[in-house]
Ligand binder design. Structure first.
Ligand code: ZN
Ligand code: ZN
Length: 141
């Protein structure tokens, strides 16, 4: 079966391979990447805004390249920052400590649902115990 998808960029239908955008948009993106890379090579340390203006590549695309690690975060002024606390990072979305925090919270959520499950079991166990008692009391009558 054809794995058809709508391109996240232009909306055109295409056969999905490994990206959610169509080959034409991938090509366009590669071309944008090259333009940004070249510009930064000649003008290191400029703000993303300026890179965007000079290359015509949207800022969010440039940030994506940075987050994906395709461009050095240090090559632009201000670099890349943690989405949570705003600390400078080299790539990705979060700094190390925020990433740890998220991992810890995920673990806690998993743990609390396990706890809830064991409480539920306990509750049901007690319920059965009460039912047994009622039954035995009825039998006594
Ligand atoms: Zn497309
Ligand atoms: Zn952070």
């Amino acid at each position: 079966m054809n794995n058809l998808r709508n391109c996240a960029e232009c909306g055109r239908l295409f056969v999905f391979v490994n990206r959610n955008i169509c080959p034409a948009c991938i090509e366009k993106e590669e071309e944008m990447y090259e333009r940004v890379r070249k510009y930064l090579k000649e003008n290191p340390g400029v703000p993303i805004q300026e890179v965007s203006e000079k290359t015509g590549v949207p800022e969010e695309k440039i940030i994506r390249f940075l987050r994906e690690g395709r461009l050095e975060a240090t090559s632009v002024a201000g670099g890349l920052t943690c989405e949570s606390c705003g600390r400078p990072i080299k790539m990705g979305f979060l700094c190390d400590s925020c990433r740890e925090q998220v991992a810890r919270e995920m673990k806690e959520i998993a743990g609390s649902s396990k706890l809830a499950a064991s409480k539920e079991k306990e509750r049901r166990g007690r319920g059965m115990f009460i039912a047994d008692r009622i039954r035995s009391e009825q039998e006594r009558k």
